[in-house]
Design a binder for this molecule. Structure first.
Ligand SMILES: C[S@@+](CC[C@H](N)C(=O)[O-])C[C@H]1O[C@@H](n2cnc3c(N)ncnc32)[C@H](O)[C@@H]1O
Length: 270
């Protein structure tokens, strides 16, 4: 049975409001350079054949599914929010990628796919909003074929930014209801007229350990964006400098411990 917190988050995500806000903050032109660098990296690491099928788990508006499809892959893009799936469908059609991307409503807590259905899975910025993250991770592990690869992108609670802003909810315009240390990381609950939303800054060691108990072993663990403080910076110049620094860190340093964004590539034991 689903917990009360899971039901609350589901209700909020069913509405378009929070998705719009994420879109305005993250899916922006200024981030294109980083996302292209990051997905070039992901594609290199996956080293998948051109016609491979990738599961995009928690696809949102399919920005990354479109990125993968544009690089030649077939994508099964799933999300449980009907409202975002409708927007994704339009965006996919407008991009002329309807033959490459299959959209489907799925809950990461109980995926309808058979065991071992996918060779490749990308789960980008999603686990951080799921209260029962352990179940979601074990579902991802279940539908991954032995020897398959799973890419997870999460916020890192030990990062410089997370430590600096420990007392603050990360969602602009939302009222912070409290911060709690859980085994999975620092959990921030915030409320808006659209409802309650959870954002977790992950304890990456915990995530890696939970992966191991699901037979997922780390193949690589690198920094994503060093900081997302550009979402809080009105000055164009400061935002530009932050993006330059993020891209520099990602391209040349990649050390994950200090960075807010972390990208982990897991391989499932054969
Ligand atoms: C922050 S957005 C990230 C979207 C996309 N991966 C990206 O990076 O642009 C998180 C997405 O995960 C979806 N999501 C959250 N919990 C989910 C669940 N239990 N099952 C399926 N999708 C879920 C939300 O509806 C939302 O679209």
């Amino acid at each position: 049975m689903k917990s009360l917190s899971t039901k609350m988050v589901e209700e909020s995500l069913a509405k378009p409001d929070i998705h719009r806000q994420w879109g305005d903050e993250y899916l922006i032109e200024e981030n294109e350079r980083f996302f292209n660098l990051a997905f070039d990296y992901v594609v290199r690491e996956l080293n998948a054949p051109r016609d491979a099928t990738i599961l995009d788990a928690g696809c949102g508006i399919c920005l990354h599914a479109r990125r993968l499809a544009a690089r030649g892959f077939n994508v099964v893009a799933v999300d449980f929010s009907e409202s975002i799936l409708r927007e994704a469908e339009e965006a996919v059609r407008a991009a002329g990628l309807s033959r490459k991307i299959t959209l489907r409503r799925e809950d990461l807590l109980s995926l309808s796919f058979r065991d071992g259905s996918f060779d490749y899975i990308v789960c980008w910025g999603v686990l951080m909003h799921i209260p029962d993250v352990e179940t979601a991770l074990s579902e991802l592990a279940r539908v991954l074929r032995p020897g398959g690869l799973l890419v997870v992108s999460e916020g890192n609670m030990h990062s410089f930014q997370a430590k600096l802003r420990r007392d603050r909810c990360s969602i602009k315009g939302m009222q912070c209801l409290g911060v709690k240390r859980t085994p999975a990381g620092m959990e921030y609950w915030a409320s808006s007229p659209a409802g309650m939303i959870l954002t977790r800054h992950a304890d990456m060691e915990w995530l890696i350990e939970k992966g191991r108990s699901n037979l997922l072993y780390v193949r690589s663990h690198v920094a994503g964006q060093f900081t997302d403080l550009y979402t809080r910076t009105p000055s164009r110049l400061s935002r530009k400098l932050i993006h330059l620094f993020n891209n520099f860190w990602f391209a040349h340093i990649r050390f994950p411990r200090l960075a807010f964004g972390n990208i982990v590539l897991f391989e499932k034991e054969v």
